[in-house]
Design a protein around this ligand. Structure first.
Ligand SMILES: NC(=O)c1ccc[n+]([C@@H]2O[C@H](COP(=O)([O-])OP(=O)(O)OC[C@H]3O[C@@H](n4cnc5c(N)ncnc54)[C@H](OP(=O)(O)O)[C@@H]3O)[C@@H](O)[C@H]2O)c1
Length: 253
């Protein structure tokens, strides 16, 4: 597990947007960023899940979050511009952006991959992070220390049979992260990196590996040290990197 002990006010006064914040790793990240002082914008497609996270944050007494419902599959460029304008009006700047939302698609040979599903996976996992990043970069340039985090996966680093559109989207996301990091390296206070979560107990993992007992996998909360490190100021010199949050199978009941 990535080893980092953040100070309690690590993310104080920071405004951070998390995609797919209603469930799984995104939910844990939103709660964790809020616990360390951030105002979190909860973006996702299922309002009831976002509301549950909102309530958890409010009940814990953290900074009041905001909910921004958005289905990344159907959103068009003007929806992203509306989001950027809303954030500009409300917050003036954006200090952090976690691209977490993704779908698995299906595990099948490319020869038999459903074409509609292929487009759907690439729209949510690749085109949406591009459109969101493009719309929000100007706002992030207003921050004095800003961090964009993409989410990668082992199957997006080395080609493996049957992982199809999901793996292709993760390969492309890694490339996009490196391109952006290089473009923004000079004359901005904006860094861009990827987190490879490793094996984590979520619904996506269970769908991908139905034969593996989820109880043998670490909970999303346990991988948060790396998310906090890359979102906070201690990582200000890290740019263009892919870091792995967890290498082990640890039981965390
Ligand atoms: N779990 C692992 O072991 C593992 C390993 C490597 C990489 N990852 C990566 O980690 C990230 C989080 O995965 P997870 O395991 O937490 O998955 P998950 O439990 O399936 O959660 C995915 C999240 O993305 C949201 N989402 C999906 N489609 C969306 C759309 N069209 N618009 C808006 N939001 C959408 C989901 O919202 P709804 O709940 O409303 O559907 C959900 O909140 C992903 O990028 C995944 O590729 C996970």
């Amino acid at each position: 597990m990535f080893d980092y002990t953040p100070p309690p006010t690590l993310l104080a006064d920071r405004v951070i947007l998390v995609t797919g914040a209603g469930f799984g790793i995104g939910r844990a990240a939103a709660l964790s960023f809020a616990a360390y002082g951030a105002t979190v914008i909860l973006l996702g497609r299922t309002i009831s899940k976002l509301e549950a996270v909102y309530d958890e944050i409010e009940q814990a007494g953290y900074q009041k979050p905001a909910i921004y419902p958005m289905n990344l599959e159907g959103a068009n460029p003007s929806d992203y511009e509306n989001l950027a304008n809303t954030l500009k009006t409300e917050f003036k700047r954006l200090d952090g952006l976690l691209h977490n939302a993704a779908i698995l698609g299906t595990l099948t040979p490319l020869e038999h991959y459903d074409i509609k599903l292929w487009y759907q996976v690439l729209q949510i996992n690749l085109n949406a992070p591009f459109l969101l990043t493009k719309a929000l970069i100007p706002l992030m340039k207003n921050a004095s220390d800003a961090s964009i985090i993409f989410t990668s996966d082992d199957v997006g680093l080395l080609g493996k049979a049957y992982w199809g559109a999901y793996a292709v989207s993760k390969f492309a996301t890694s490339g996009m992260m490196q391109i952006l990091a290089d473009e923004l390296e000079t004359n901005t206070a904006l860094r861009v990196n990827s987190i490879n979560p490793g094996k984590v107990r979520t619904s996506m993992r269970t769908t991908a590996y139905p034969a593996i007992d989820p109880k043998t996998l670490p909970l999303p909360e346990t991988i948060m040290p790396l998310y906090l490190y890359l979102m906070g100021p201690d990582s200000h010199l890290i740019n263009g990197q892919t870091l792995k949050a967890n290498d082990e199978n640890i039981i965390n009941n």
